[in-house]
Write a protein that binds this ligand. Sequence first.
Ligand SMILES: N[C@@H](CCC(=O)N[C@@H](CS)C(=O)NCC(=O)O)C(=O)O
Length: 345
Amino acid sequence: MARPEEDRLRLMGAPGSPYTRKMLALLRYRRIPYAMLWGGHQNPIEGLPSPKVKLLPTFYFTGADGTIEAAVDSTPITRRLETEYEGRSVLPSDPVLAYLNELIEDYADEWLTKAMFHYRWYFEADRDNAGPLLVYWSLPTLAGPDAQRMADMFSKRQTERLYVVGSNDVTASTIEESYLRFIDILDALLQYAGYVLGARPSSADFAIYGQLTQLAIVEPTSAALTRARSARVRAWLDRMEDLSGLEPSDADWFMPDQAGKVLKPLLAEIGRVYLPFLKANAEALAAGKPDFETEIDGQAWQQPTFPYQAKCLQSLLQTAKALPVDVRDALNKHLSGTGCEALIQ
Ligand SMILES: N[C@@H](CCC(=O)N[C@@H](CS)C(=O)NCC(=O)O)C(=O)O
């Protein structure tokens, strides 16, 4: 018998939102019955509450008493789904692997998204491509000229906001070079075992997938660059979209020592760009500075301070601190020489 509709977990999101795509693929893989509501907070859905921070995707959890709670932030929602729905976990049970997964997921959510935003709005060809898509993704029946007017308004606003994520003439080459290095690293990882942490997907895979649904498919400039560098990565994205038929087993995760070795290039990339960013951002926030300048990958970097990403660093540090000594020792070994050592103190 079909499940009653209210049993389905509802989420509102957009096809152009990387975090929506991360969570949609994750729900499919985990076989969680869901109802995808394409939309945005500019057109609230009747009967559904607004979240405190209006981000996409927004999940609507129904409590035992029938009240509906609106939740945002894909990382904690992923953890909540692990406790509410059994099996097909996206979090490795080994604590060393679990920490590496958290770090890679964070890098994908917070650093790769800089490349996503950059390639969407920095170059004219990409801007012209994205504007109308963003309109039609939420308003498919709008007349062409009206859609173009909205697209132009949207593109202008988003392009003016590029500086918020740190994309500007000073940082452009750092973002672009880092994205291309990442594609090469991901290509090698996929060849090795199919996914980042073994032969089954983790929340880090879904986070990477979410950003790449845009970077490697929607944005013409980065899509062409990605395809030219790695047909494997491009093909992997189409599989990631629906992994509902995969039958994962515990043995599919890497052994911790194997993970340390195989993931070294990715961890080194994270240490090369993301950790210096996190550190400079947290220092600027502590000093009460509205923006900061630092050096990333040997090049100048400047952007406004981001309180949310100071929390990301805090959370990585606190998780590491709470780990047993033997796990911290193992992580120390794996992170040594990568630029991520400072996470384990
Ligand atoms: N940390 C959040 C970030 C979500 C997020 O930033 N979503 C963006 C779009 S991808 C958003 O909703 N921005 C406001 C808007 O577009 O209305 C998560 O992991 O879910």
